[in-house]
Ligand binder design. Structure first.
Ligand code: IMP
Ligand code: MG
Length: 182
């Protein structure tokens, strides 16, 4: 039902790219893969705030191993909403990562700067291993000597929202991933 509210108009402007059930299937497959790769190892999922919240909470339920959850905040001060600016990392609320097998979980791997910086920061916490899992990977935009260890979908260079991803802090609640129409 549409009441013409602002929220309705925002939803109308998003062209779906990846449906909710496709995401669920991919997260299930990733969970199985991680369960097999990390069996018998003390695993910590480390969700990157805020974009990873839906992904990490769904992924946890698909990993059939005991594991811990931590959260780290990475925010970029942006010149505009779609161009990343300087990155600040808040690792104040991390659980103890020493000797844990840490899997960083983020919404999207774009240029790769965020993941690279997070990896450098977390190495100081002495994890037993450190890998990355992302929902989306914009392969053509990657600008660092690093690739995600796990990804669900490779996508073209378009600005996407939903399933945790935002544009100016809007659209995170959408259960699918879509492109904002100009
Ligand atoms: P990076 O370029 O890999 O460092 O990505 C920086 C951050 O920009 C990501 O963690 C996301 O929060 C955000 N980002 C990059 N591309 C998109 C997009 O298409 N939609 C929403 N956020 C994005
Ligand atoms: Mg992010």
């Amino acid at each position: 039902m549409s009441d013409g509210s602002r929220a309705d108009r925002q939803t109308d402007a998003v062209r779906p790219m990846i449906a909710a059930d496709e995401i669920a299937d991919a997260v299930r497959r990733l969970g199985r893969q991680i369960s097999s790769d990390y069996s018998d190892r003390p695993l910590t999922l480390l969700g990157v705030l805020s974009g990873s919240i839906m992904f990490v909470s769904d992924l946890m339920r698909q990993i059939e191993l005991p594991h811990q959850l931590g959260l780290v905040q990475a925010s970029s001060y942006r010149g505009t909403a779609t161009v990343p600016g300087e990155l600040s990392i808040n690792d104040e609320f991390l659980p103890n990562l020493k000797d844990r097998h840490v899997l960083l979980v983020d919404d999207i791997f774009d240029t790769g700067q965020t993941m690279l910086r997070l990896m450098h920061t977390l190495e100081h916490h002495d994890p037993a291993s450190l890998k990355s899992a992302v929902l989306l990977w914009k392969k053509d935009r990657t600008r660092v000597e690093l690739t995600p260890d796990y990804h669900c979908f490779a996508i073209p260079d378009a600005f996407v929202v939903g399933y945790g991803l935002d544009y100016n802090d809007e659209y995170r609640y959408l259960p699918y991933v879509g492109v904002v129409e100009p």
